[in-house]
Design a protein. Structure first.
Length: 601
């Protein structure tokens, strides 16, 4: 082991206290001094000015400091290198593991978010499998404290590190000052990273069964892996530490484009020092195709795993001018961010679009009618002029009879991200729909009502409630009704109404709804199907757009129905939109009584 290094002795006054404590612990490792739990506690108390019992720091902070200490030590220790031999590495890592305590006590946050740092020897193995070259870009989508990233840095690679935890993200920025650091949801890393981030290597150990929006979900790791794979350059290599239950054949079958499985190695008890005995797999995938057969094995020990990695075929050559294609602009984060991303070092930080009133001018006289063609007139907004709005991409028409009736002058001004109109995401005709829908939703129906006929109708009642006015959208094919609906939801969303219900014909239209929502800056994950949750189970989505189909609402049960499930999620104070898409499919949804008895609804 190396001697004490002065690199650990001094800390930046502005850096997190956890990192300052980590530097002190790293100095002990460099001096070949063991770190006990009592040592960690004393070091934390010194840097935080008190004990955990006094609330000065938490178990989470202590674990982060211990993990960061190992990262700092490995970064400075010259004897630890990507190219060291198997026997030397085994001896060195065994010595390091003997100097640090097992994480036997864990915080609720660590358990919830599955923040278990990759063990140093497994991280070294994963990085070795990547065969990283100097100056190539390595992406780590769930970077944690940087245990994987440190090996890429020691190989002189460029780093793009993503971490959702604010504390860990801030520490990453200090430990890897040249890295590009972001704080996105790893499930959507491909959608959220800017187009210039084109990694030729992805190195990852994602959370296995807990997502930001879905909570406990066994497919969380799959979504992290899939999104990272999409971002990987053609010809690149992805190395991932995944849970043993990961459905690899299903994942490979769902990949569009070339893919070659190089290694699928099951590893038992690799995370014992992290306080969990979970079985994992080390997967190596290349974004290319050739005739090599994959290596599938369950190595008995460290040396055998090292041998398997040595047997991996060489990486394929990258294209001469690699291109990641055209990526969408950074979406507006419509789901409330739980964390504040750290600005990218050396790169301009993404700026959230400003929310501004949709500027339009009422026309005292209706807009001139263009030349009639047969029974139709070219469509135009008749009573408003919308600033910076572009014409609809395809010509729209209306009947002569409809064109002869001018629309009323609207009074309500919707709120939207400033770029949507000028950028052409909404045409003038679509923006007009938003304006009139917002005007309708700003008013109540005259009178007071109470539900009748099992909630399928309303009847006037002095003891009833006021009901918000609805809006019927009857545009034909080509008008972009899905995007119009999404814009109406977006107007309510930016005003703070974060729960909406989108009812449509079938599940196949879910992707259409996500596409239209994403086109306006939302995230696909904001739109979740009701079928994601079993009947009778509370919907575990704090906010978002619940996508429901008419067939899903039909039920012959009386004890628990999908409608009850939706009502429980919406709550008594629900103030969002209920969209009836493909409304003709609503026919007979309420059920009834026929000659042969009750018809389910």
């Amino acid at each position: 082991m190396s001697h004490a290094n002065t690199a650990f002795a001094f800390s930046d006054p502005a850096e997190p206290q956890v990192l300052a404590a980590a530097r002190a612990l790293a100095a002990r490792l460099a001096a070949d001094q063991a770190i006990s739990r009592l040592t960690v506690n004393a070091t934390m108390a010194d840097h935080f000015g008190g004990s955990d019992a006094e609330g000065r720091w938490s178990v989470r902070d202590a674990h982060a400091a211990l993990e960061l200490a190992q990262v700092l030590f490995l970064a400075q220790a010259t004897e630890f290198s990507p190219a060291m031999s198997s026997s030397f590495a085994d001896e060195a890592f065994t010595r390091l593991e003997g100097l640090v305590p097992t994480q036997s006590n864990r915080s609720d946050e660590q358990i919830e978010w599955q923040q278990f740092a990759t063990p140093p020897r497994l991280a070294w193995m994963a990085a070795k499998a990547c065969a990283i070259s100097a100056a190539e870009l390595v992406l780590e989508p769930s970077a944690g404290t940087g245990m994987l990233g440190v090996w890429a840095a020691k190989a002189a690679a460029r780093l793009a590190l993503n971490e959702i935890s604010p504390l860990r993200r801030e520490c990453l920025g200090a430990v890897f000052p040249e890295a590009r650091v972001t704080g996105f949801d790893g499930e959507l890393i491909d959608e959220l990273l800017t187009p210039d981030v084109g990694p030729s290597v992805v190195l990852m150990n994602p959370p296995y069964s807990h997502g930001i929006e879905r909570g406990h979900d066994s497919r969380t790791g799959d979504r992290h892996l899939r999104s990272a794979w999409k971002r990987l350059l053609p010809g690149g290599r992805l190395v991932a530490v995944m849970p043993d239950w990961f459905e690899l054949p299903k994942f490979l079958a769902g990949i569009a484009g070339p893919v070659s499985l190089r290694l699928n190695a099951t590893i038992e008890r690799g995370f014992v020092k992290q306080g969990t005995s979970i079985s994992t797999r080390l997967l190596v995938l290349d974004k290319a195709e050739d005739g090599n057969s994959p290596i599938v094995a369950q190595p008995a020990d460290f040396a055998e795993l090292h041998l398997l990695i040595d047997l991996l075929p060489d990486r394929v050559s990258l294209p001469a001018e690699p291109s990641i294609g055209t990526k969408p602009a950074l979406p507006l984060r419509l789901v409330a961010n739980r964390t504040k991303p750290v600005p990218l070092r050396g790169h301009p930080a993404a700026v959230a679009p400003s929310i501004l009133p949709l500027q339009f001018t009422p026309l005292e006289a209706p807009a001139p009618i263009e030349k009639q063609v047969g029974h139709y007139l070219p469509y135009r907004p008749s009573r408003i002029s919308i600033a910076d709005a572009v014409p609809h991409p395809t010509p729209l028409v209306e009947s002569v009879a409809m064109g002869s009736i001018t629309a009323p002058v609207p009074e309500v001004v919707p709120q939207l991200p400033s770029s949507l109109i000028a950028g052409g995401a909404l045409s003038a005709a679509q923006a007009e729909t938003l304006i009139y829908a917002a005007s309708a939703h700003a008013r109540d129906l005259p009178g007071r009502f109470e539900p009748d006929d099992k909630g399928c109708a309303l009847k006037a009642s002095a003891e009833g409630h006021a009901y918000r006015m609805g809006y019927f959208l009857g545009d034909g094919t080509g008008a972009g009704k899905g995007r119009q609906v999404a814009s109406v939801i977006l107007d309510r969303w930016v005003r703070g109404e974060r729960r909406h219900i989108w009812i449509s014909k079938n599940e196949a239209l879910l992707e259409d709804a996500r596409r239209d929502w994403s086109a306006l800056g939302g995230l696909p994950i904001d739109v979740q199907p009701l079928g994601q949750w079993k009947l009778g189970v509370p919907i575990g989505m704090r906010e978002g757009i619940l996508f429901v189909t008419y067939p899903t609402l039909r039920s012959g049960r009386s004890d628990a129905t999908r409608l009850d499930q939706i009502l429980e999620w919406a709550g008594e104070d629900f103030d969002g939109l209920i969209v009836f898409d493909e409304a003709h499919a609503m026919a007979n949804a309420a059920g009834g009584e026929g000659t042969r008895g009750k018809v389910k609804g």
